[in-house]
Design a protein around this ligand. Structure first.
Ligand SMILES: [Ca+2]
Ligand SMILES: [Ca+2]
Length: 390
């Protein structure tokens, strides 16, 4: 009797893909924003504080205005939809309960999808080692800026029936847009006296020119690194060197809520915001449908077997695979017919639609092989029986 143990190394496959976390094109009818519940990736509708009322007790809200922002007209490849958002500002004085004349709209991000889970730290976005892109188009149609406006990221929110600013001191973490003390587009950590305030101004004036503002938050142990771009080419992910702001000591923070709005000191000075997106790749800020494919394989396989790689379908895309041993392919689902041990490793694929290439999705393939020699194991006790002729 012989027991042969065949040892085989089993590999695991993993897939990674880019993710649109939330997207809002303000595809709503003209009118008040509160209660609008469209877009993708949100937990509930836009909220406005009931404390925002005019002298007559009528609600003051941010507005949806027709038509859409026109960035796509001048920058082919940028996808827009619906109408646009106007920060209301202080068109009507004597607000009850809101002496700062600061009208803001809030919305919670949906953090329940499984593809968002790896980005979470204690239930909010901002896990160490992850990067999140935020982008939107904005302009001040009236030209010169006297107030401020833009998009804020919050970690939690004080109920809006208690505070129309949602507990800015306790919860606001990031401001992106046109800050009160300057007239250029900026990145700011500003929350009325909280710890860790920074202001990073660009040299690009806030005016009637529609700008595509892009921010990338690299979440790290301790302080985050944040970069900002203005009107980056849509032809590919912008480089770190091309950033107009690089802040390597930004506050250590998490977020789960978005706020948009403005405080302006003239009745016609209203900030326009549109195509607001939160994603894990630049391409998805340009076109929220442009997620990276999911990569997978038929692994683990044995040396000598046929390796099959799979990229999920991205409409209209071309594909580019790279891998071990100089492997490249432009097929969506390439194969390697007779593998050698050198075929083991991580394969990466990108999808390109038009001028924008997705982030990489990867899959790691392990190849199993027979052990160098059979291993034979005898039982500890063996009875040998033989009939003897005598
Ligand atoms: Ca829009
Ligand atoms: Ca951190």
């Amino acid at each position: 009797m012989r027991i042969v143990t065949v040892l085989m190394v089993l590999g695991i496959s993993r897939a990674a893909s880019a993710t649109v976390i939330a997207s809002e094109g303000f595809a709503y009818s003209a009118g008040n924003l509160a209660g609008a519940n469209g877009g993708v990736g949100w937990n509930g509708a836009w909220l406005n504080s009931p404390l925002n009322v005019d002298a007559m007790g009528m609600p003051l809200d941010s507005h949806v205005v027709t038509p859409d922002s026109t960035y796509a007209a001048t920058h082919p490849g940028f996808v827009s939809s619906g109408n646009k958002f106007n920060g209301y500002g202080t068109q009507t004085p004597n607000l009850t309960g809101n002496p700062s004349h600061d009208v803001r709209a809030f919305r919670f991000i949906d953090l329940t999808p499984p593809e968002v889970t790896p980005l979470l730290d204690a239930g909010r976005l901002g896990k160490d080692g992850t990067s999140i892109w935020v982008g939107f188009v904005s302009r001040l149609a009236s030209g010169t800026s006297g107030g401020h406006g833009g998009v804020h990221l919050y970690d939690g929110l004080t109920p809006l029936d208690q505070d129309p600013l949602g507990g800015k001191l306790a919860h606001e973490r990031v401001f992106m847009g046109d800050r009160a003390s300057n007239t250029v587009w900026c990145l700011e950590r500003a929350c009325g006296g909280c710890m860790g305030a920074t202001s990073d101004d660009t040299n690009v004036q806030v005016n009637g020119t529609l700008r595509f503002l892009v921010y990338r938050f690299d979440f790290l142990p301790g302080n985050e690194t944040v970069r900002m771009w203005i009107d980056p080419p849509l032809t590919g992910t912008p480089t770190n060197a091309s950033a107009v702001v690089t802040q390597t000591a930004f506050l250590d923070f998490r977020f789960d809520t978005v706020q948009a709005g403005s405080t302006n000191f003239g009745s016609t000075e209203v900030l326009e915001i549109d195509e607001f997106r939160i994603a894990t790749s630049f391409g998805e800020l340009v076109d929220p449908s442009r997620a990276a494919p999911t990569a997978s394989s038929n692994g683990p396989i044995c040396v000598g077997g046929s390796l099959q790689l799979f990229a999920s379908t991205v409409p209209g895309a071309t594909y580019a695979w790279t891998g071990p041993h100089g492997f490249t392919s432009t097929q969506q689902n390439p194969s390697i017919p007779s593998t050698t041990a050198a075929a083991a490793g991580t394969y990466a694929v990108t999808a390109t639609v038009g001028a924008v290439t997705s982030t990489e999705a990867t899959v790691t393939v392990s190849l199993g092989a027979d052990a160098a020699a059979p291993s034979v194991t005898a039982p500890a006790a063996l009875t040998v029986t033989q009939s003897i002729c005598n």
